[in-house]
Design a protein around this ligand. Structure first.
Ligand SMILES: [Zn+2]
Length: 90
């Protein structure tokens, strides 16, 4: 199947996908002409300038969150190790 995408510069690109039960066409597609992200809504193409800081911030938050999760998991593992060894958990 073919899906049309439009970028902020008005370029239309229509890559074809083999879409199955668990495969869907991506929400955005990089415009082959200018490299801008292109969306399926022609009236509201994604703006690369406005989206960039948000993506960076989100990536930053995700990174921080996984760090915290990692620390929590490590603490949990250490706790289980202490209990298994017969120690008293702090
Ligand atoms: Zn374009």
């Amino acid at each position: 199947m073919r899906v049309s995408y439009w970028c902020a510069n008005g370029h239309e690109t229509a890559p074809s996908f083999s879409v199955g039960e668990d495969v869907e066409a991506p929400e955005q597609w990089d415009c082959p002409r200018c490299g801008f992200p292109a969306g399926q809504d022609r009236a509201r193409p994604p703006s690369p300038v406005r989206n960039e800081p948000y993506k960076t911030h989100l990536a930053y938050v995700k990174e921080r969150r996984s760090d915290a999760d990692g620390a929590a998991l490590l603490e949990e593992a250490l706790e289980a190790l202490r209990v298994r060894r017969g120690g008293v958990p702090r």
